[in-house]
Design a protein around this ligand. Structure first.
Ligand SMILES: O=C(O)CCC(=O)C(=O)O
Length: 277
């Protein structure tokens, strides 16, 4: 199993042209990688923006760093829903190249439901294997993630791992994750016969994956390399319900309210017994 199926070609409008084989691999495995969808300069700007945001301090409800102690994630927690207060994050979330790929994958208009930025500094714990739709509770169907690499991302600095084939399965009831290696409490073990596959990426590559696909990441075991990523979660326009936490917008930025599903929450519970909440 290789983790890279490359999107080829760009249409006149800048919309990626996705070969049918590429689409069928997404349907078959539940994920695919668009190499170099964003340019290095764009990724540099995005990283500079989040470095400035980190230097400026807390944004209540979105980014709440605490004085650094033994846990690097206290000084560098992830930023939740940055598109709701940061113009560049909104532009990236609604980017027309992402839209082109997502509409091809979902076969319909898409709405944006969530953005996140992970700094994942050296020594940070990962996020145990899980399914995004466990949190978003999109009904009917599921969500799709666009996971944008902002650094060279590999097994050493805690790159993403996916379990191909799980996208066709129901939501699993998670077990309790190992708090030594995961900041989130849920853990979905790979079903019998299936294994987690690492996805190595370069800055500007985008991993698209189905919201039922089991995925997660190991700790950043390096001493000097961040593993930054900007993540968008999307749903098809035919979605009827989603968790109340998710304020869906069209790809033009207009609010599109959906019905409310039950059991949802922010993606990855940072609650007791591990977290401050
Ligand atoms: O970036 C990671 O380490 C985990 C992100 C993730 O699992 C997600 O976006 O759902």
């Amino acid at each position: 199993m290789t983790a890279d199926m490359t999107a080829t070609g760009m249409g006149a409008t800048g919309t990626p042209i996705l070969p049918e084989t590429w689409l069928s691999r997404f349907r078959e495995d539940g994920f695919t990688v668009a190499r170099g969808l964003f340019g290095g300069d764009e990724i540099d700007r995005l990283c500079d923006r989040f470095a400035a945001l980190h230097a400026a301090g807390p944004v209540p409800g979105h980014f709440e760093p605490r004085p650094s102690d033994s846990d690097p994630l206290h000084a560098y927690p992830r930023v939740m829903q940055p598109h709701e207060f940061d113009e560049l994050s909104l532009r990236v979330l609604l980017d027309s190249r992402l839209r082109g790929v997502l509409e091809a994958l979902l076969g319909e208009e898409v709405l944006a439901a969530q953005s996140m930025f992970y700094f994942k500094p050296p020594g940070a714990r990962g996020q145990a294997l899980h399914q995004d739709n466990f949190y978003l509770r999109v009904e009917p169907g599921t969500c799709v993630a666009a996971w944008i690499a902002c650094d060279v991302i590999d097994r050493d600095n805690g790159g993403l791992e996916v379990v191909p084939g799980t996208h066709e399965m129901d939501l699993f009831c998670p077990e309790l994750a190992d708090a030594e290696v995961s900041f989130a409490r849920e853990f979905v073990p790979p079903p019998p016969g299936l294994v987690a596959v690492p996805v190595d990426m370069e800055p500007g590559d985008v991993l698209f994956f189905n919201g039922s696909l089991v995925h997660g990441s190991q700790p950043n075991r390096t001493v000097d390399r961040f593993r930054r990523s900007f993540i968008g979660h999307y749903v098809g326009r035919s979605t009827e319900r989603i968790g109340a936490y998710y304020r869906t917008v069209s790809m033009s930025g207009d609010r599109v309210p959906l019905g409310e599903s039950e059991g949802a929450g922010p993606c990855g519970s940072e609650f007791a017994p591990y977290g401050p909440h």
